[in-house]
Design a protein around this ligand. Structure first.
Ligand SMILES: [Zn+2]
Length: 212
């Protein structure tokens, strides 16, 4: 893990007699410490100091993808706090989401400090499949669409599917039913839409508009 000198850190300021935000003016990363010159953002006191860094630990990771699971290792700082549903990247670029945190003794928790964790159970979280229910009078259709975690679905917007379109009127997320605004794909359980005929590319009518 390549560690970069942070732009700011919290540090005990002798002048303020408090832990305050400091700007790092100059810094050099050592193996286990940061040698730096810092400036308190409260009182402006500048000090040169050496700050011990949290140790980097190797974290055991299980990635399960349907019936297949794979074991790998990632690096974390020992005092990183990990929680279920956190997302992180492996060095090979894959995005994972934490499904379960295992402590020694087969104990499962929702949140833990990295150095307490035995194993992280994760799911690959790059290409999601979102379920869509489309309603057309008394008939409803089920479809699935691909999405990336950051994709945003907006109530009222047209959603293009292979064989039909729909207008999003509700989105069930893991915590609520969204009927106004939007939701990110990472949170979506199901999208509800009203049937719409397939749309075709709309021509640019801008020239006509100018005539009015
Ligand atoms: Zn200060």
């Amino acid at each position: 893990m390549q560690r970069e000198v942070p732009e700011t850190i919290y540090y005990e300021c002798a002048e303020c007699d408090d832990e305050t935000l400091h700007e790092v003016l100059r810094g050099r990363m050592g193996k286990a410490s940061l040698e730096c010159t810092i400036k308190c953002t409260e009182c402006g006191k500048v000090s040169a100091t050496t700050i011990p860094l949290p140790k980097i630990i190797k974290m055991q990771v299980v990635i399960s993808d349907g019936p297949i699971s794979e074991r790998t290792v990632t690096e974390l700082e020992e005092d990183d706090v990990i929680a279920v549903e956190d997302e992180f990247f492996l060095e090979d670029g894959r995005r994972l989401r934490v499904c379960s945190i295992e402590l020694p003794g087969d104990k499962r928790v929702k949140k833990a400090k990295a150095n307490k964790v035995k194993m992280l159970w994760c799911q690959q979280f790059d290409n999601l499949t979102i379920k869509v229910t489309i309603n057309n009078d008394r008939v409803s259709y089920s479809r699935r669409i691909p999405a990336l975690p950051d994709d945003e679905f907006v109530i009222g917007n047209r959603l293009e599917l292979d064989d039909m379109d729909c207008f999003i009127h509700a989105i069930k997320t893991r915590t609520k039913l969204v009927q106004h605004g939007s939701a990110e794909a990472r949170d979506v359980v199901r999208i509800y839409g009203k049937y719409g005929e397939k749309s075709y590319p709309v021509l640019d009518f801008e020239d006509d508009v100018e005539d009015f």
